[in-house]
Design a protein around this ligand. Structure first.
Ligand SMILES: Cc1ncc(COP(=O)(O)O)c(C=O)c1O
Length: 341
């Protein structure tokens, strides 16, 4: 397929109702000082941390579409599952508060050994409480999906109309919602007079990358989409991205080729939620050079991966690479004890 006009992709995306609760489009900005520091390709940042409510992040773009379906189905209560410092849960809680829906979160304890006492109570955990979510502790090693299902069933039995938001807001519909980010990058970079050579971001539950791949293959077919695996589970992540991308492409009537999905392993530390030195260095550089607030679980791992690829010479000077800042800043406070600047 050649380049699809941006309006054509916008038209296909418009078939899926959106609530308009996310602040879109998010800015696309140059990272001049980081570019000069690394001496490689020209680096840009897509500010998905600026999606608005509840301190923002990439999940709000997915939720804009997924919660439109929830309201259409008459839901009055949102149910979701995630770890203690999940940004996804916090954005679900924020969106529910904004929409006047009850929110029940199954909170998975034990995936990450807490880096300090703040982990359980600060950052996203504090914000979940601020947004009025009801928190239900579940052990990470237990039947997590079963716990979310049981929560929804108990609420339904009590006369509520629950809607379950999938883990990480990742589903085919979540990917359709996220494809709009590729449409924005295409329009914004065209207005600035360039076509990105690559879009790089951190990838976990998969629908962010799936949406970017599907959207980019329509409107930015020569732009590589590179996901930096932050789960230390690259095969599982890639399989999920491929599945959501294939389904989303089907919903949007777009072609999908599996080779468009690149998940880079081994650049983001030993395990989920454990920042390695390169992550901490990337976090500090982004703050010092660009006043960007990254987080040690997702976005700084994504940037650490990008920096390694730049240092390996994957792109040359004169090429342009867009880093997607997917958000996550609240977790910074939960990881305070391990951060040294
Ligand atoms: C800040 C941040 N960045 C990136 C991601 C990864 O996005 P996805 O789960 O769609 O792969 C997440 C997901 O939790 C996140 O919270």
């Amino acid at each position: 397929m050649g380049v699809m006009p941006a309006d054509d992709l916008d038209g296909r995306l418009a078939r899926f109702p959106r609530l308009g609760i996310a602040h879109l489009p998010t800015p696309l900005e140059p990272m001049r000082r980081l570019t000069a520091h690394l001496g490689g390709p020209e680096l840009w940042v897509k500010r998905e941390d600026c999606t608005g409510i509840g301190l923002g992040g990439n999940k709000l773009r997915k939720l804009d579409t997924v919660l439109a379906l929830a309201l259409d189905q008459g839901a009055d209560t949102i149910v979701s599952g995630g770890v203690v410092q999940s940004n996804s849960q916090r954005q679900v809680a924020a969106a529910a508060a904004r929409l006047g829906l009850d929110c029940h979160l199954a909170v998975f304890h034990g995936r990450v050994a807490p880096p300090g006492a703040d982990y359980e109570v600060s950052g996203n955990a504090l914000l979940n409480a601020l947004f009025g979510a009801h928190l239900h502790p579940v052990p990470w090693t237990g039947d997590r999906n079963g716990a979310v299902r049981a929560l929804a069933e108990a609420l339904a039995a009590a006369g509520r109309r629950p809607f379950v938001v999938p883990y990480g807001v990742s589903s085919a519909l979540g990917a359709v919602g996220y494809a709009s980010a590729a449409a924005e990058i295409a329009a914004q970079s065209a207005a600035l007079g360039f076509t990105p050579d690559a879009i790089v971001h951190c990838t976990g539950s998969g629908a962010t990358q799936a949406g970017l791949v599907v959207g980019a293959s329509a409107v930015l077919p020569r732009t590589e989409v590179v996901g930096i695996d932050i789960d230390a589970e690259p095969d599982r992540v890639r399989a999920d991205v491929v599945r959501y991308a294939r389904e989303a492409a089907g919903l949007l009537d777009l072609p999908f080729h599996e080779d468009a999905v690149e998940v880079v392993a081994g650049l983001a530390g030993p395990a989920y939620g454990v920042p390695h030195q390169a992550t901490l260095d990337a976090l500090a550089l982004a703050g010092r050079l660009e006043a960007l607030v990254l987080d040690p679980v997702y976005s700084a791992k994504g940037l650490a991966g990008l920096i390694t690829l730049v240092r390996r010479g994957r792109w040359r000077r004169g090429q342009r690479v867009v880093f997607v800042h997917t958000g996550g800043a609240p977790a910074l406070f939960a990881y305070r004890e391990v951060l040294r600047f």
